[in-house]
Design a protein around this ligand. Structure first.
Ligand SMILES: [Zn+2]
Ligand SMILES: [Zn+2]
Length: 109
């Protein structure tokens, strides 16, 4: 039963179960707006997924499901650290997010 040899694609972490998904953590960003004629092209390129992701094979048990993405245990730890920015920087983050939301509203109308 627990022979990893029976899996064609074993999970990279436990090696006990078949991998069903890949880690979606972005390890490198390929977003260079300078090469795009306009914002629409830039946006489409991002949506088509030009970024490099970790892509380690994961089983259901080893993957951490975060807002529609699957993260391997290694990147889940990083994700938790990266999310918690120091308190004194958060007010700038909130200010920019507010500006982005207000900017979107202006563009829509
Ligand atoms: Zn696993
Ligand atoms: Zn990963």
């Amino acid at each position: 039963m627990n022979n990893p040899g029976i899996f064609s694609n074993p999970c990279a972490f436990c090696k006990q179960r078949e991998a069903e998904r890949l880690c979606d953590y972005i390890t490198d960003y390929h977003r260079t707006p300078i090469f795009f004629r306009d914002y629409r092209m830039f946006k489409e390129s991002n949506e088509k997924g030009n970024d490099s992701s970790c892509d380690l094979p994961l089983c259901k048990m080893c993957s951490n499901h975060i807002n529609g993405a699957d993260l391997c245990p290694y990147h889940y730890d990083l994700y938790k650290q990266a999310k918690d920015i120091p308190q004194h920087l958060r007010k700038y983050q909130h200010r920019e997010r507010k500006r982005l939301i207000e900017g979107d509203k202006l563009n829509e109308s």
